[in-house]
Write a protein that binds this ligand. Structure first.
Ligand SMILES: [Zn+2]
Length: 276
């Protein structure tokens, strides 16, 4: 092939290429950018408590802290792989403390010698302080799950109030300070997780959703948990904000089947200590 033919070919390629670029600029419409909600523009909700720097514990209550290893501060966690792939698993119960279901769950856990983690709401805790103290007495771990369970975007000041008022009430009711946090509905982008990060909480989602909030057949809840069981799995269950009879009915079988598979139950702080 002569040089002229080569040049002609190159010119055609360049021509096609540039016309394609020009056409794409003219024809292909630009994807409009979705404006991110500016959380600062959202009105501040009324504070559910007065934030107080110097909190006094009643005389009969001892202080207890659920701390986390520094490497997990401000981290979002779904599952925590344990060293040597040890068969440990963490049951977590959200939205309590509640009247009937929390007590029933406590009884089942005690009977089976199982420790779990409870993520509390300020609104639930306000109504059920006695049960809260029983949960702490039984050596289960406690996490903060916001005051009123907001899943929509909220103002950063509201986010602070949601978490700090809950932390304050947990402390004055039970003596517990906790660095475990779970955002309501597991939402990570509505301002709550952002505030929790600034306060060095470990932010827990879950690796297994039992869907117990929407299932009435206990066996389906058991199946969901067993299907997702893995070393270091974090199981999402509920004891508050509604009737959780199906969860209570499913729990003995969840524990039985997982024990048969060789699993040992740990709290979230224990799981973090076992991390690879
Ligand atoms: Zn919840």
């Amino acid at each position: 092939m002569s040089i002229i033919k080569h040049l002609k070919k190159a010119r055609i390629i360049i021509l096609i290429f540039t016309s394609f670029i020009i056409a794409s600029i003219i024809i292909i419409p630009k994807i409009p950018e979705i404006p991110l909600t500016n959380l600062n523009n959202i009105p501040i909700a009324p504070a559910p408590c007065q934030l107080n720097q110097k909190l006094q514990l009643p005389n009969n209550i001892k202080q207890k802290t659920f701390d986390i290893p520094q490497k997990f501060a401000s981290k979002i966690l779904r599952r925590v792989k344990p060293r040597n792939n040890e068969k440990v698993i963490a049951l977590t119960f959200d939205d309590g403390p509640w009247t009937k279901s929390t007590r029933e769950i406590l009884d089942i856990l005690k009977l089976n010698n199982v420790q779990a983690t409870f993520f509390w709401l300020g609104t639930s805790l306000q109504k059920n302080p006695e049960i809260a103290r029983e949960v702490v007495q039984a050596e289960h771990a406690i996490g903060n799950h916001t005051w009123s369970h907001p899943t929509q975007p909220i103002n950063p000041i509201t986010a602070k109030q949601e978490i700090e008022c809950t932390a304050q009430l947990i402390y004055t009711t039970t003596g517990v300070k906790t660095f475990l946090f779970r955002p309501a509905g597991g939402r990570l982008n509505n301002g709550l997780a952002a505030y929790a990060k600034t306060q060095k909480y470990a932010i827990f989602k879950w690796s297994v959703n039992s869907s117990d909030y929407s299932l009435s057949d206990p066996q389906l809840i058991v199946d969901n948990v067993i299907k997702g069981a893995k070393p270091g799995a974090i199981i999402l269950l509920h004891d508050g904000m509604g009737d959780h009879t199906p969860t209570v009915k499913a729990l003995p079988n969840i524990i039985k089947e997982l024990k048969q598979q060789g699993y040992r139950f740990v709290t979230l702080p224990e799981l973090l200590e076992m991390a690879k």
